[in-house]
Design a protein around this ligand. Sequence first.
Ligand code: UDP
Length: 321
Amino acid sequence: MRVLITGGAGFIGSHLAERHLAMGDEVTALDNLSTGSITNVQHLEANPRFHMVIDDVLNAEVMRGLIEGCDLIYHLAAAVGVDFIIDNPLASLKTNIQGTEIVLELANEKKRKVVVASTSEVYGKKNGHVPFAESSDRILGPTTVIRWNYSTSKAVDELFALAYWREKRLPCVIVRPFNVIGPRQTGHYGMVVPRFVKQALLGHPITVYGDGEQRRCWTYIDDALDGLVALSSSERAVGEIFNLGSHFEMSIKELAHKIKDLTHSQSEVHFIPYEQAWPKGTYEDLVYRAPNLEKIRRTVGYDPKVDLDEALKRIIAHFER
Ligand code: UDP
């Protein structure tokens, strides 16, 4: 099979490329290297079944050729990371909305199956500790808070994909990942785990925002890949939306201390008020985010196996190398 991965030099994209190469597939990775990095795929370049294209999803000419030459598309190219979105609101909207529109339009011309990477961020915020199901309401803050730019742009992507499926019968699968972590993820654009690991290894203060009581569920990359690959080949998944996550849950404060312990670090855990971490009015945190995994389990037998301890050990080992 010929697989096209947009955002193929990113954290998830590069691992996905590796997985499909290991399955014997031909892989083309497209990336504009805005948040992805060529070092993520350097080890794949000797493989004759791997092709790297440095370009942008907004370049319809290039995308047309690439889509024509593939059987399956994973559309992962997007502006990601809370820091990146807040620093680049306009580029984020363009990449996430226009980029997806281009991919879906061209995929529809050739009727190529598309796995669209959305985000658990589409659910927005919610009080109470209730896991999000795919049918849950979305609860978002005002448009003036830049954080919601990401959630809204990805929701528009989902609407486009659903409309293409309903009106044009373009086979699409929509996936909402929950805090995926693993080697090669950078903390540069906000993600908390690589930031804390780096801070701990360097002996710098570990920067917990707010009171650290906010909770997340972390999904190790290998489990996320199992889910993505299974969904991409499932007939029953077409036209549907899936949470992709885990039940390995922890508060950010506990996470800071766990990483400090696992790295034997002397770092202090610092609590940073939100007003100090972010320009006023740009950011709003989510108190709790967890997935209901019933649907993906029922549809493709997804069962995440790598718990947070094991995931952190592997990530720390990667950073130490
Ligand atoms: N966070 C933190 N310190 C950091 C970076 C993030 O305390 O240096 C917190 C952030 O406020 C959020 C959680 O960690 O509550 C997860 O943040 P991330 O950006 O990784 O993902 P998301 O907010 O999308 O779940």
